[in-house]
Design a binder for this molecule. Structure first.
Ligand SMILES: Cc1cc2nc3c(=O)[nH]c(=O)nc-3n(C[C@H](O)[C@H](O)[C@H](O)COP(=O)(O)O)c2cc1C
Length: 157
């Protein structure tokens, strides 16, 4: 962390990337806890919640979540998404979106559908850097179904 703090202070967009591990790997929670030293210790009430903000020497103004999960439903990301949004609120930075990729194991298959997903994920990175935002169209391509029939028999594609 001591080598990361100077780089984190200079970055404008913080990207948290984690798989869903009922709900998240301990390493990601540890990282979030170790980001707390970037916060200013003076607390404020914002929208009836006690919140902090980042120290004035820290440039981060936006936060993005990138996550994969094994199962299909986007609901699997609910807790990880909430943790990332809460952390953004606690830091007083803008949460600008989440790249969510369910059925991650199918991404290892090389076919037109998986290539489209991976290309969209890459485009999202470029868009984020150039425009500071992510389009909903790209996000929906990233989370697009890869199987004809999902578990439960719902026809999705
Ligand atoms: C301990 C553990 C818990 C997991 N929990 C979930 C879960 O709750 N929901 C889900 O959809 N996938 C779950 N998965 C699947 C992973 O999210 C998925 O395979 C992911 O792509 C793994 O990324 P990694 O290979 O970088 O660890 C879990 C995997 C592990 C190893």
């Amino acid at each position: 962390m001591q080598s990361l703090y100077p780089r984190l202070r200079k970055t404008d967009i913080l990207v948290l990337a984690t798989p869903v591990y009922v709900p998240l790997p301990g390493e990601m929670q540890n990282l979030i806890n170790r980001l707390v030293p970037l916060m200013d210790p003076s607390l404020k009430n914002r929208n009836n919640r006690t919140r902090a903000r980042l120290r004035s020497d820290t440039a981060i103004s936006k936060l993005v979540l990138v996550s994969t999960s094994g199962w299909w439903e986007l609901g699997n990301f609910g807790t990880v998404l909430r943790i990332a949004k809460e952390f953004a609120e606690d830091c007083g930075v803008k949460f600008i979106g989440a790249l969510l990729r369910p059925h991650s194991s199918y991404l290892t298959e090389d076919n037109p559908k998986t290539r489209k997903v991976l290309e969209a994920a890459e485009q999202t990175g470029y868009q984020l850097v150039k425009e500071g935002k992510i389009s909903r169209d790209l996000l929906s391509i990233v989370s697009h179904p890869l199987l004809l029939h999902q578990i439960g028999g719902t026809k999705t594609d």
